[in-house]
Design a binder for this molecule. Structure first.
Ligand code: PMP
Length: 373
């Protein structure tokens, strides 16, 4: 089996799992309890928060443990906007559905929402952001790197523009964090998800710079300082912290290794299979390659690769039994044929050059078969 879908999720590292197990077995206490069991759990959460704060360069009180990227994005957009009460929201058209749908929810509640389109490379330019800002703009979401194309966004410049106009700038860093050093300097809020970093599913992190008011989405006890009720998943927090720590420590070497394998794959595909196109331009994550195969349906390429034990994905989403074309590639202005024929290959630290070669050989066969039908 060859796993080339690391953007969807990654395999948990065994030492990350080891960091979680004590809180699933012996140290099972509730972090809110006022006895020794509770204190052990609370200490684990406190240590995780302090450790991650140090790595990201923020204060521990600015971090919230949540269930993943989806909850972090929902909480940021809805929480900040609801606290303001009214205003204009800017969201890039290539955001993850957790951000796009949150913006639509806010539009239904009377907020004005503008979706900003990328250029043909999949980049949201700082100029487009600046020209979309209005007098009453309160929130802007432009992700650090796109999950379908891997295109890295000019977040530093966008952050500066938002700061100048006093707009809260939120960067979804869920895909970016696996292969890039992260700090909170450039934004007012960000999200991370552990399962994209060889950590557990159902564990995420939300950073909100202090001084920014936001409404909680989950009411309950005083967990997460009252902003997110519900018994803390201590094992998940321990896993998230271990995964973030490992990612930061080994990032540069791993990113280089991943880039080499991915580039070898992409160069071979573009050279050896005619009429193929890399989607997205400028700076792209070391891990991602979104490629269109003229004359093929991306879904068919995916199914044929799956039969050969190779896992990839397409950007299309199934809803109500219908397959919707990728909103990301469509927003980039690619033709419907090019969008339909796109396949996402996402590499991780376990992939090897020989796996890349095997995938190329399989693709050559599959694409030529599909094209001959
Ligand atoms: N944002 C991006 C860019 C993502 O790729 C994903 C996961 N596909 C999410 C948010 C949602 O993260 P989670 O799966 O942890 O809810």
């Amino acid at each position: 089996m060859i796993y080339l879908d690391n953007a969807a999720t990654t395999q948990i590292d065994s030492d990350v799992l080891d960091a979680m197990l004590p809180y699933l077995k012996g140290s099972f206490g509730n972090s809110q309890s006022q006895h020794a069991f509770g204190r052990t759990a609370a200490d684990a959460v406190l240590n995780a928060r302090d450790k991650i704060a140090k790595l990201l360069g923020c204060r521990s009180e600015e971090l919230y443990f949540v269930s993943g990227g989806t909850e972090a994005n929902n909480t940021a957009l809805k929480g900040i906007c609801l606290a303001k009460g009214s205003g204009h929201i800017l969201v890039s058209a290539i955001e993850h559905p957790s951000m796009i749908e949150s913006a639509k929810d806010m539009a239904a509640q009377g907020f004005e929402v503008t979706f900003i389109n990328p250029d043909e490379n999949g980049v949201i330019t700082p100029q487009t952001v600046e020209s979309a800002i209005k007098e009453d703009t309160i929130f802007c979401a432009v992700m650090a790197a796109n999950n379908e194309t891997g295109v890295i966004q000019p977040v530093k410049e966008i952050g500066e523009i938002c700061r100048k106009h006093k707009v809260f700038y939120f960067a979804d860093c869920v895909q970016y964090a696996a292969t890039n050093q992260l700090s909170v300097d450039f934004c007012d809020g960000l999200s991370i998800s552990a399962h994209k970093l060889y950590g557990p599913k159902g564990a995420g992190l939300l950073y909100i710079k202090s001084g920014n008011k936001f409404s909680r989405l989950i009411s309950g006890g005083m967990q997460e300082r009252g902003f997110r009720g519900g018994t803390v998943n201590v094992a998940a927090v321990a896993g998230l912290s271990a995964a973030v720590e490992k990612a930061v420590k080994n990032q540069a070497d791993e990113a280089e290794k991943i880039r080499k394998v991915k580039e070898h794959f992409v160069n071979r595909v573009l050279k050896e299979i005619h009429d193929t196109h890399l989607n997205g331009g400028g700076k792209i994550l070391p891990s991602h390659a979104n490629i269109s195969f003229d004359g093929c349906d991306g879904e068919n390429v995916l199914f044929a690769l799956d039969l050969k034990g190779i896992a990839v994905s397409t950007g299309s989403a199934c809803s109500a039994g219908a397959v919707n074309p990728s909103h990301v590639l469509t927003a980039m202005g690619l033709s419907p044929q090019r969008v339909k024929s796109a396949v996402r290959f996402s590499f991780g630290k376990h992939n090897t050059l020989s796996e890349a070669d095997e995938a190329v050989e399989a693709l050559k066969n599959i694409v030529s078969k599909i094209r001959s039908i």
